[in-house]
Design a protein around this ligand. Structure first.
Ligand SMILES: [Zn+2]
Length: 162
């Protein structure tokens, strides 16, 4: 498998640069017990692992990601998920941020793969964040006919305090 050092920022490695990356053992990940390969870059003398390039890098409770996602899909509140999964509220919030970024990347990747859109419709929804004192506006750009989401933006509707 091709490995590129994340510290050197070598974007186009050739065969001689690949020799600078050597395997230096494995470790067992604490969260899920999976064995992860360690690598050492001899050109910058820094190390990394095969987990460095993973979406869930530095997550301690990665095995909760799917369960938290399914609870969010069902509409369970963040506090409800924390109670149900026996997690802290902050952990659930971090999982939500992680899942949101992942969903945004997947949406972008899907939209790049599908053909270009000829007709676009805009949809606007007003909702609130946490309480009615924090109104939000969600603007969606969707494809005409299929309703495929192309992009979305959030706007804060709170009046500016001078
Ligand atoms: Zn390096």
């Amino acid at each position: 498998m091709l490995r590129i050092c994340p510290h050197c920022s070598n974007t186009t490695p050739n065969l001689s640069e690949l020799r600078h990356i050597v395997r230096v053992g494995r470790f067992r990940r604490k969260s899920d017990g999976q064995r992860v390969q360690r690598y050492h870059c001899t050109s910058c003398s820094r190390g990394f692992s095969s987990a460095t390039f993973n979406d869930c890098f530095r997550q301690n409770k990665r095995h909760f990601n799917h369960r938290v996602k399914m609870d969010f899909v069902e509409g369970v509140s963040m506090r409800g998920i924390a109670r149900k999964q026996n997690l802290h509220r902050t952990t659930v919030m971090r999982k939500l941020l992680h899942l949101g970024l992942k969903a945004k990347r997947n949406l972008k990747k899907t939209n790049e793969r599908l053909p270009k859109v000829s007709h676009v419709q805009f949809d606007d929804q007003e909702t609130c964040e946490q309480s009615k004192c924090k109104p939000l506006s969600i603007t969606l750009a969707v494809e005409h006919g299929t309703r495929r989401i192309l992009d979305l933006k959030f706007h804060n509707l709170r009046p500016k305090v001078p």
